[in-house]
Design a protein around this ligand. Structure first.
Ligand SMILES: *Cc1c(COP(=O)(O)O)cnc(C)c1O
Length: 397
């Protein structure tokens, strides 16, 4: 049996897979089992932010692998303590818990918020429409998109949803029972849309007034993806809790919850735990990822982003009938396509030409290339996009 036949026979059919078997990667490129090369504009959904097999990260992983992989959290581990220190230095005065994925980090953040809130009789949580927070029962309960929730009732209670940008609805929903609000400063799965500035300001104000926690899901917007190390740093909002995963391990599974010190210190011993969370390999890798994402690196990401943005704007002027809107936040990019042009068709056309792309929201093409992408590769992408749009325009007329 081929890999694809085997997978179809033995893997639970939860995924709609592209019929390509990826065998290896390097930088911005991956190769399939037949040696065909693809330009990766996905980074495995905003995970491999430093590119595939980044040499510094590979070196650290190999070194740690030859020392020790795992001991339980009943013992102290240097890579875990070192990584926590670095994360705090780069965020706010707080403390860290390590998990293994984004959903797990959000699930833990919700537990922390409820432990904190229930002591004061606050258990209600606000989340936003079009949000995405993961696929566990707790995190689909927090997710504001029906397609992820259908059929899983009963979900977690006391979660109220607000339309992003609707300040009136926010004010009406935010009563004295609210222990926390969950948000992504840029909703990525939801269509690559930033929250409006006035809405964010009102969240900050209400959180202070009602004594509720602001929990920012940085699973996708974090780790340099949007041009700063964390997305919230561009929005003038001060979180009480942030959650991380995706880019933190550059492909090695790790998640984290960062919690303001006063709240973190109030957490009782024994109320949360993880077997794999904070293991040697994951923490050593994540530290090397964070060290690589320094100021110089992030400056370069911003330059690459503005180059990409200006080029895309020019392309849109050429195809205003097909490209409805373009949103660029660092190297998280959303391109709304006209209803006449299905995003699935465009993704397929890119694939045929050796480029991997993503979708988001309703009909949005999403790009999340490795942050190390060069102008040359961006040009290749743009030339291909132009050819596809020309062809599609011809077909549609
Ligand atoms: C991917 C994602 C998650 C879920 O992360 P997993 O590691 O798949 O559990 C949660 N929140 C956001 C914003 C994400 O993009």
């Amino acid at each position: 049996m081929t890999t694809q036949e085997k997978a179809t026979r033995y893997l639970i059919p939860f995924y709609k897979r592209t019929p390509v078997t990826i065998a290896r990667g390097k930088g911005c490129y991956v190769w399939d089992e037949n040696g065909k090369r693809y330009l990766d504009m996905t980074s495995g959904i905003a995970v491999v932010n430093l590119g595939h097999r980044h040499p510094a990260v590979v070196r650290v992983l190999k070194k740690q692998a030859s020392k020790i992989w795992h001991i339980s959290n009943l013992f102290y581990q240097q890579p875990q303590a070192d990584l926590a220190e670095t994360l705090i230095q780069k965020t706010f005065d707080g403390m860290v818990f390590f998990a293994n994925s984004g959903a797990e980090a959000n699930d833990g953040a919700l537990k922390i918020a409820r432990l904190w809130g229930n002591k004061q009789g606050k258990s209600k949580v606000i989340a936003l429409q079009q949000s995405f927070h993961g696929r566990t029962i707790a995190t689909i309960s927090l997710t504001g998109q029906e397609k992820y929730k259908q059929g899983f009732d009963p979900l977690l209670g006391e979660i109220a949803f607000v339309q992003p940008g609707n300040i009136q609805e926010l004010q009406k929903t935010w009563d004295d029972k609210v222990c926390a609000i969950f948000l992504e400063v840029i909703q990525c799965e939801g269509g690559v849309r930033a929250l409006p500035q006035e809405f964010i300001q009102e969240i900050s104000r209400l959180a202070r007034e009602k004594n509720s926690l602001i929990i920012i899901d940085e699973v996708q917007t974090g780790m340099g993806r949007t041009g700063t190390l964390f997305g919230y740093q561009q929005f003038g909002i001060e979180p009480d809790i942030i959650t991380l995963a995706k880019g933190l391990g550059n492909g090695f599974p790790i998640g984290a919850i960062i919690v303001k010190r006063a709240i973190a210190q109030s957490m009782p011993v024994g109320m949360h735990a993880s077997t794999f969370g904070g293991n040697f390999l994951a923490c050593a890798v994540a530290s090397s990822v964070l060290n690589t994402l320094n100021e110089t690196f992030l400056e370069k990401v911003k330059k690459t982003s503005s180059f990409f943005h200006s080029q895309l704007t020019a392309l849109r002027q050429q195809f205003p009938d097909l490209l409805v809107d373009i949103r660029v936040y660092g190297l998280m990019i959303g391109i709304d396509l006209a209803p006449s042009l299905a995003v699935s068709e465009v993704i397929e056309a890119f694939l045929q030409r050796g480029i991997l792309t993503l979708r988001a929201g309703e009909n949005t093409l999403r790009l999340a290339p490795p942050l190390t992408i060069t102008k040359k590769e961006i040009q290749i992408f743009l030339q291909t996009f132009q050819a596809i749009l020309k062809e599609k325009r011809g077909e549609k007329q």
